[in-house]
Design a protein around this ligand. Structure first.
Ligand code: AMP
Ligand code: MG
Length: 424
């Protein structure tokens, strides 16, 4: 067994918190102190970079746009030719279409037919929209009232050569993939994917394909965890179900920690089971067991096993998802190289349900955010909120977050919601 790397910021003496009533925000703070992002870089094709984290700034090799060009379909004119007090007639000398510029300079008394994106020819400094001219054969009549430089997009207006287009630490979405391509860049440096090993613990669990005997249940946590990790862009190592047996668990923890950056387990951290897992992890690394002042998801373990980060999630399927989204998600994003990690947006809407809530802990109730006929948004709960009812997560499209001090909620009260789905 390798001697675990001890961190100087030991968890066991992590300040002034009470491990039996750890506030959500405090637990997040403690975890954040231990996170060292991956540093290894891979070069990938721009298409394959979707969802990956930029490991270097993308610097523009070009001016964007490359030339002054027209923002409208119309006519490129010399502003000095226009009159302040009456109509002027200009000769249409040629055209400048996107990809087929006018090759000459616009002379006094001339204009050039131009389409959106067409390069503004030399001499011209203003675009007059086609709706604002009277066109006849090769002439156009233009009324007064046009501002010099109007309807023109300047070279380098979006980006100048050498300017940072995208910053290191950004996760690439379709918009960024398009932006990188618009610069003619075919390959980017991204951080290697975070490797996350996970397993379920429990004698009562059977995997799909086996017939559960009396008292046994199908393992679902491994499947939700697999899904959540995949969505975050992690490389996943599914280690299956491990029985509540010290020898098997020890082997699983060691194997997971030696092959992954992060180890996630579910089950085995609640009262009764935690002592035995704790004794094991005390030997293998440095792990703290917290009872978080939250519902669901009270028991949570966090620490290091060797160089790997360890998250011991509760066993109940809803608690797994809530603790994953409230603690593990952000930690994984930091470790993946995201910088900054943008906080998940929350906002307040009226709650149409009446909610039971005891002060003293943060609650993450499963909610449905919906719009009424008048366009007003409100939230209601999915129904029964038991931490074993996974259907509540499936029906929900938001968490209704009730802060520590909050008591019962009466219909009409504003509550904070966190949306579960993002647009991009
Ligand atoms: P534990 O924290 O291990 O005592 O588990 C708490 C509850 O969650 C028990 O009812 C377990 O049967 C259930 N549970 C634990 N692990 C899983 C799993 N992987 N899939 C579904 N339910 C689980
Ligand atoms: Mg268990």
């Amino acid at each position: 067994m390798n001697e675990p790397v001890r961190d100087t910021r030991t968890l066991s003496c992590a300040d002034d918190y009470d491990p039996n009533s750890m506030p959500v925000t405090k637990a997040r703070e403690v975890i954040a102190r231990f996170l060292q992002p991956v540093t290894a870089i891979e070069r990938v094709n721009v298409r394959a970079a979707l969802g990956r984290v930029l490991a270097e700034d993308v610097v523009s090799p070009l001016n964007v746009p490359a030339h002054d060009n027209s923002a409208m379909d119309g006519y490129a004119v010399r502003h000095a030719d226009l009159k302040g007090d009456g109509e002027v007639t200009l000769k249409v000398a040629g055209s400048s279409f996107a990809g087929a510029p006018y090759q000459w300079a616009v002379k006094a008394g001339e204009c050039v037919r131009i389409m959106t994106g067409g390069v503004v020819p030399q001499g011209a400094d203003t675009i007059v929209m086609q709706e604002h001219v009277k066109a006849a054969a090769d002439k156009v009549a233009i009324a007064p009232g046009h501002k010099k430089g109007q309807n023109l997009r300047r070279a380098g207006e979006d980006l100048k050569v050498g300017q940072v287009a995208l910053k290191r630490g950004l996760a690439l979405r379709p918009a960024e993939i398009g932006l990188i391509s618009s610069l003619g860049i075919g390959e980017v440096g991204v951080y290697r994917k975070l490797r996350v090993a996970f397993f379920s613990t429990g004698d009562e669990l059977v995997s799909i394909g086996s017939q559960p005997k009396e008292g046994q249940i199908f393992d679902s946590n491994r499947y939700t965890i697999h899904g959540m990790l995949t969505r975050l862009g992690c490389e996943v190592i599914d280690m299956g179900v491990v029985r509540d047996d010290p020898k098997l668990l020890e082997r699983a923890f060691q194997e997971a920690a030696s092959s992954a950056d992060v180890v996630i387990t579910s089950g085995g951290v609640s009262v009764g089971e935690a002592d035995f897992v704790k004794a094991l992890l005390d030997r293998l690394g440095e792990v703290v067991f917290w009872k978080i002042a939250m519902k669901p998801g009270r028991p949570l373990a966090y620490g290091k096993i060797g160089a790997a980060h360890f998250f011991g999630l509760p066993g109940n399927p809803v608690s797994v998802m809530v603790t994953f989204y409230q603690f593990v998600r952000d930690a994984l994003l930091v470790l993946s190289g995201r910088d900054p990690v943008p906080p998940l947006p929350t906002f307040k809407v009226p709650c149409t349900s009446s909610l039971k809530k005891a002060p003293g802990r943060t609650e993450f109730q499963r909610g449905i955010l919906s719009q009424d006929a008048a366009g007003h948004w409100s939230a209601r709960v999915t129904g029964e909120q038991g931490s074993g009812i996974l259907r509540s997560m499936s029906e929900a499209n938001c968490f209704i977050i009730l802060p520590t001090e909050q008591g019962n909620v009466t219909p009409g009260t504003l509550v904070e919601v966190q949306v579960l789905e993002g647009l991009v």
